[in-house]
Write a protein that binds this ligand. Structure first.
Ligand code: HQG
Length: 179
């Protein structure tokens, strides 16, 4: 089984288009695993899929994108659906990073970091991860340093995605160090 392809499809279903799979996410983004499996099995590629495959998909992935608990599965970040997923607000580490494309920098200086097509701004705990994120859009990505703890102290909300990804509603540019 192509677990990378499966992960892409599960992310698409759980982050962007649950209605295409006849799924309804609860307020924290969870769906019944059986419902997701039933829906995936309509496609010939996944007709023999089982819960074991979802566990293998998560175990093999280089990023922790999905989580399984109590017969349910959810995406941990990345959502774009209109109904905002409720995340657990949490005090962030002192510094978080954001990797982006050079051509976005003037706009980010002006408006701060905004979620664009997603529900939250995505931040990384380490430089390497942030640069990888930025490389999706620019071969020479820009590394932004976010003074997360200061922002939190002044009322900006942060939320936990996974152990490497933090989320925020927006980050005003006064909390961002540009290279
Ligand atoms: C930029 C992937 C103009 C922002 C990744 C980013 C991540 C602005 C882009 C996760 C802006 C949005 C999310 C402003 C922010 N003006 N551009 N004011 N504020 N931007 O893809 O953070 O592999 O929605 O810098 O690895 O790149 O799918 O967010 O470049 O963890 O699991 O607008 O998605 O994870 O792009 O990536 P995205 P992102 P997966």
């Amino acid at each position: 089984m192509d677990y990378q392809e499966l992960s892409k499809e599960v992310s698409y279903a759980l982050r962007h288009a649950p209605w295409e799979y006849e799924l309804e996410l609860d307020e924290n983004g969870w769906v019944e695993i059986d419902q997701l499996l039933d829906s995936l099995r309509f496609s010939s590629e996944w007709q023999h899929i089982s819960e074991v495959d979802l566990n293998t998909m998560i175990a093999k992935s280089e990023k922790k994108r999905h989580e399984i608990s109590n017969g349910k599965i959810r995406a941990l970040y990345g959502h774009s659906i209109p109904h905002k997923i409720i995340k657990e607000a949490k005090e962030p580490p002192e510094i978080l990073y954001h990797g982006t494309a050079r051509y976005f920098v003037p706009l980010i200086k002006e408006k701060g970091l905004i979620p664009k097509g997603r529900q939250y701004v995505h931040l990384s705990v380490d430089v390497g991860t942030a640069l990888q994120v930025g490389k999706r859009r620019d071969e020479k990505p820009v590394l932004l340093k976010v003074n997360a703890k200061n922002a939190w102290g002044e009322g900006v909300n942060f939320y936990l995605g996974n152990d490497k990804v933090w989320l925020a509603d927006q980050i005003p540019s006064k909390y961002i160090d540009f290279e």
